[in-house]
Design a protein around this ligand. Structure first.
Ligand code: TPP
Ligand code: MG
Length: 596
C-alpha cells in the first residue's frame, strides 16, 4: 500500500470566500460533499485552488483520476452505495466529451452525480490565444443536456450558490440522475469586492418522496388478494434497510414469488425461500417459471417491465406497475423502454409504496382465514421449488468444478472461502457479462449487490467499483468487482486512483481473452447467413499477445496476481489479494475463465 503524501495544513484559512471559485468550494462543503473526482484542467484552475488553498483539500477532498470517464464512474459508484451525489470535475469541452459515456450510464441508472465543468473565459477579450478558444463552448452543457436532469452555467458569482443548490436538489429528486454545472473561468477567477450571500442548504433539501395514491393502492391490493399465484418483480427499490425488511414482510404475507433483476441493486435476499431467481442472470433459474405461472404481478421500480413480460410470454397478466419512470422520459435516447400496459400504475417512490401495500394488505389477511391459508400454502410450494432449483444449480456448477479454462463460479467460490465470514458482508460490483452464482454466494443483505452500470457502456464498471469502494472504505464491508477483460482494458487507470488514494477493492478479471459478448453476436449473424461461424473470433479475441493483467495492475500500483489457469491454484491466488485489500489498497486477480 502506498503511503499518502501529507497535505500541508493551511497556515490560515480565509474566513469567507475571496474569489468566485471559493463560493463554489464553500457550497460544496455546505452540501457535505466529501469528494470531488477529477482529471485536472485549466478551465477549473480557480476551483482547484479553492478546494486546496481555501478548504485545505477536505470536505471535499480531490480524488485524482486519469480519465474523466473514470472520474464520473467513481461518483456513480459512490452514489450507488450511499444514494448521495459526490462531485466530479471535468475540463472544458474535452473533459466533458471524455465523460459523456459515464454521465449517460449514471442517467440510465437513475444515479445522482454532480458533474462540474469549466469553460471560457466567455469574454473573448480575456482569452489566451488558441487554447482558451478551443476550450470555450457556447452552452457547453448542451453536449450532455439530453442525459442530465439539468445543466446550467451561472452568469455571475452571485448566481453560483443557487445554481449549485438547484443542481443538488434536482439530482436527488426521484427519479434521480446526473446534473452538470459549468463555471466560466472568469467568474471563478473574479476577486470578490463584496460578500456573496450563501444560502442555508438545509432549507433546500430534496423534496419528500412521492407517496402512492391510496385509491390506486386499494385497487392493487384487491388484485393481489384475488390472485392465486402473485409475483413481485423487483428492480431499483433503493435498498434501504426499511424497504428491504418491508419487502420481505410483504412477500411473506402474500406468499408471493419474488424475482429480482440482475441489472438492479440487491432488493431482496436471494437466499430467502420465496426468492425464485434474478431475471437476466441465468435463464435456467426458477424466475422464468415463477413469472410464467403468475396470475398477478407487482413490478416495483423495475427497469423494462414490458420487456420482462415479453420474455415471460403467454397470456397477458394483471399488472400493478409501481414506477417513477414516466417522469424520466426524454427524447434523445430510448432508455425509457417499451411502454408497459398495466392495470394499475402507481407513480410513487419504492419505500412508501411498499409500506402502503403492506398496510393495506393487513386487514384483508386478518379478515380472511382462507386467504391466509392460501398464502401459507404458496409459501410452502415456492420454498420447495426454490430449494430444488438451488440444489440443481449447485450441482450444475460442481459438474464444471475442475474445468480449464476455469468456470467463473468456481473462482468465486474460492474467493468466498478466502474472505471467510466477511463474504456475507461483501458488496459486489459487476460488469454486465459475468453471471453471479447466487446459489453458492447469496446476496443476503441490503447493498450486497450493486447491479449494472445502467447504460451498458464498456469502460464504466471499473470506476463504479472504485467509487463504491471509496464509499465503503472503513465500513468493514469488502468490495468485490467481477469485471470482463474487455471492460477492464477500457478504464484500467481506475486501479491507479484506488492505489493512490488507498481505496481497498478486489477485482476479479473474468478473462476469456475476448470481447466475447460480440463473438456471440457474430456467431449468430454468420449462422443466419449460412457463413462460417468459426471466423467469429476475428476482430474480437485478445490472445495474441495475451494481455498480462497482473503486470498491468502492478504497474498501476495495485497488487496483481495471475493469470490463474488451474482451479487448484485459486486459493493461493486469492489469499494475497484479500491481504492487499485488508492492507487498504486495490488488488486484481486475473482468472482465465471459460467464455461462458
Ligand atoms: C463503449 C462500448 N463499446 C462497445 C460495446 C459493445 N460491447 C458489449 S459487451 C462487449 C464485450 C465486453 O468484453 P468483456 O468485458 O471482456 O466481456 P465478455 O463479453 O468477454 O464476457 C462489447 C465490446 C459497449 N457495450 N460499450
Ligand atoms: Mg472478455
Amino acid at each position: 500500500m502506498i503511503e499518502p503524501r501529507d497535505v500541508p495544513r493551511l497556515a490560515h484559512r480565509p474566513a469567507a470566500p475571496e474569489w468566485g471559485s471559493d463560493v463554489v468550494a464553500e457550497m460544496l462543503r455546505r452540501l457535505e460533499i466529501p469528494y470531488i473526482a477529477l482529471e485536472p484542467g485549466a478551465s477549473f484552475r480557480g476551483l482547484h485552488d479553492s478546494i486546496v488553498n481555501y478548504l485545505g483539500n477536505e470536505g471535499p477532498e480531490l480524488i485524482l483520476c486519469n480519465h474523466e470517464e473514470v472520474a464520473v464512474a467513481i461518483a456513480h459508484g459512490y452514489a450507488k452505495l450511499t444514494g448521495r451525489a459526490m462531485a466530479a470535475a471535468v475540463h472544458s469541452t474535452v473533459g466533458l466529451m471524455h465523460a459523456t459515456m459515464t454521465i449517460f450510464c449514471a442517467w440510465c441508472d437513475r444515479a445522482p452525480v454532480l458533474v462540474l465543468g469549466g469553460t471560457g473565459p466567455m469574454d473573448a477579450s480575456a482569452r489566451r490565444p488558441w487554447i482558451d478558444w478551443i476550450h470555450t463552448a457556447y452552452a457547453q452543457g448542451e453536449l450532455v443536456r439530453d442525459f442530465t436532469k439539468w445543466e446550467h452555467q451561472p452568469a455571475s458569482v452571485a448566481a453560483i450558490p443557487e445554481a449549485i443548490l438547484r443542481a443538488w436538489q434536482v439530482a436527488h429528486l426521484e427519479p434521480r440522475g446526473p446534473v452538470y454545472v459549468c463555471f466560466d473561468a472568469t467568474l471563478q477567477e473574479q476577486r470578490l469586492s463584496s460578500p456573496v450571500a450563501l444560502p442555508d442548504p438545509t432549507k433546500i433539501g430534496a423534496p419528500s418522496a412521492p407517496s402512492p395514491d391510496p385509491d390506486a393502492v386499494a385497487r392493487a391490493v384487491a388484485l393481489l388478494v384475488a390472485a392465486e399465484r402473485p409475483a413481485l418483480l423487483l428492480g431499483q427499490t433503493g435498498g434501504s434497510p426499511r424497504a428491504w425488511h418491508e419487502l420481505i414482510a410483504l412477500a411473506e404475507a402474500l406468499g408471493a414469488a419474488v424475482v429480482t433483476d440482475r441489472s438492479s441493486q440487491a432488493a431482496f435476499p436471494t437466499d430467502h425461500p420465496l426468492h425464485q431467481g434474478m431475471s437476466r442472470a441465468d435463464s435456467h433459474d426458477a424466475s422464468v417459471d415463477a413469472l410464467r405461472e403468475a396470475d398477478a404481478i407487482v413490478a416495483l421500480h423495475r427497469t423494462d417491465v414490458a420487456g420482462a413480460l415479453r420474455e415471460r410470454g403467454g397470456a397477458p397478466v394483471p399488472l400493478v406497475n409501481i414506477t417513477l419512470e414516466p417522469y424520466a422520459v426524454r427524447s434523445w435516447s430510448a432508455d425509457y423502454q417499451e411502454l408497459p400496459h398495466a392495470d394499475v400504475t402507481i407513480t410513487a417512490s419504492a419505500e412508501p409504496a411498499i409500506a402502503a401495500l403492506l398496510a393495506a394488505l393487513q386487514p384483508a389477511l386478518a379478515e380472511s382465514g382462507s386467504l391466509r391459508r392460501r398464502c401459507e400454502e404458496r409459501v410452502r410450494s415456492l420454498t420447495e421449488r426454490a430449494r430444488a432449483d438451488r440444489a440443481r444449480r449447485l450441482r450444475a456448477g460442481e459438474a464444471r468444478w475442475s474445468e480449464r479454462p476455469i468456470h467463473l463460479p468456481r473462482a468465486l467460490a474460492a474467493l468466498r472461502d478466502a474472505l471467510g465470514e466477511r463474504a456475507a458482508d461483501s458488496i459486489v460490483a459487476q460488469s454486465a457479462h459475468s453471471p453471479w452464482p447466487t446459489a453458492l454466494w447469496p446476496f443476503s443483505k441490503p447493498k450486497s449487490y450493486l447491479g449494472h452500470d445502467g447504460g451498458a457502456g464498456v469502460g464504466s464498471s471499473t470506476g463504479i467499483a472504485v467509487g463504491a469502494a471509496l464509499a465503503a472504505r472503513g465500513s468493514g464491508r469488502p468490495v468485490v468487482a467481477v469485471i470482463g477483460d474487455g471492460e477492464l482494458l477500457a478504464s484500467p487507470t481506475a486501479l491507479w486512483t484506488a492505489a493512490h488514494h488507498g481505496i481497498p477493492v478486489l477485482f476479479v478479471i473474468a478473462n476469456n481473452q475476448s470481447y466475447y459478448n460480440d463473438e456471440e453476436h457474430q456467431d449468430r449473424v454468420a449462422r443466419t447467413r449460412g457463413r462460417p461461424a468459426e471466423n467469429r473470433w476475428i476482430g474480437q479475441r485478445m490472445d495474441r499477445p495475451a494481455i498480462d493483467f497482473a503486470s498491468l495492475a502492478r504497474d498501476l500500483g495495485a497488487e496483481g496476481i495471475g493469470p490463474v489457469e488451474d482451479p487448484a491454484e485459486l486459493a493461493a491466488a486469492f489469499a494475497p489479494a484479500v491481504a492487499a485489500i485488508d492492507a487498504g489498497g486495490p488488488a486484481l486477480v486475473d482468472v482465465r475463465v471459460a467464455a461462458r
